[in-house]
Design a binder for this molecule. Structure first.
Ligand code: SF4
Length: 294
């Protein structure tokens, strides 16, 4: 299968730009992802990602990005990383994400990047430049501080430690960073100790916020893959899931209430934002100022 794709459209408006980190348009430059997260929802049937781990790139993405954003108001928030990680191994040679950021800078648009890779550090100067005129945030998904568990859950990407270090480097350059603490998987990383440690380390590296989910979703192909990987990495756990959740889509941790309480307590103690409205407020204020400047 050729890794090259010709896309019809790359800029997809979100249903409600006030909900998910203020993102108003989603852009996926790649299809598929090789980071191997065993819980990844992008494997679900509805996305029709055949051979999900083989990354394909949209060769006309930058041309479309320029065309589709040219008639949009400036200083919008463009999301990169909803269905595939924008800093996958192909990005090293193709630099499609870097070119997209250069285009967003040129068009005076903002960006929210969601990634698990410290390859994003390559683009820190560019991100800093964009932040001088529009909102910029880099969000790292962090699920566990236990490195052995993390390698089983997310085998082909930066370690948790590397992600924290990347946050530290970016925040020291004045680039806003957040943490997506999800999924917290039932019977795996759903402990108070794990949640508290993530919040404390977030504080140490000056993360601006953490947004959590104390559970996961499971459906069709994604569920099959997850169960297959449970058998390999966590023997015996598949039966626990099957007994506890059956065919349910939403699989909340049995400890969700306790975890949430501990999380909120620790976030307040460490003075880290955790509510979506507050997070969006912290992402956007630049915009007000910059609108006056441009
Ligand atoms: S990095 Fe994101 S898109 Fe890639 S496998 Fe992991 S969860 Fe899926």
């Amino acid at each position: 299968m050729s890794p090259e794709l010709i896309a019809k459209q790359v800029v997809i408006p979100t249903k409600d730009g006030k909900r998910w980190f203020g993102i108003q348009y989603q852009v996926n430059l790649y299809r598929g992802c090789s980071h191997g997260c065993i819980y990844c929802d992008s494997r679900s049937e509805c996305y029709q990602n055949v051979n999900f781990e083989e990354i394909r790139y949209k060769s006309n993405a930058i041309e479309l990005l320029s065309k589709e954003l040219s008639n949009k108001p400036k200083h919008q928030i463009i999301g990169l990383g909803s269905m595939s990680d924008p800093y996958n191994p192909l990005e090293v040679s193709l630099e499609l994400t870097k070119k997209a950021l250069e285009m967003l800078d040129f068009l005076k648009q903002g960006v929210v990047i969601i990634t698990k890779s410290d390859r994003v550090l390559r683009d820190s100067t560019l991100l800093k430049r964009i932040s001088s005129h529009s909102p910029v945030v880099v969000i790292f998904t962090i699920t566990t501080t236990h490195e052995t568990v993390q390698k089983k859950l997310e085998p082909n990407v930066s370690t948790t430690n590397e992600r924290f270090k990347a946050i530290q480097k970016l925040t020291s350059q004045g680039i806003k960073c957040g943490i997506l603490m999800m999924p917290i998987l039932p019977f795996i990383n759903d402990t108070v100790d794990n949640v508290e440690q993530i919040v404390r380390r977030a504080k140490e590296v000056h993360a601006d916020f953490i947004y959590p989910a104390f559970g996961m979703t499971l459906r069709d192909i994604q569920r099959d893959y997850f169960y297959q990987m449970l058998d390999k990495e966590f023997p015996g756990l598949k039966n626990v899931y099957m007994d506890y959740y059956g065919a349910k889509y939403s699989c909340q941790s049995p400890h969700a209430a306790m975890l949430k309480k501990a999380f909120v307590f620790e976030c307040r103690k460490q003075k880290i934002l955790y509510g979506m409205n507050d997070i969006i407020e912290t992402i956007r204020p630049n915009q007000e100022i910059q609108l006056k400047l441009f």
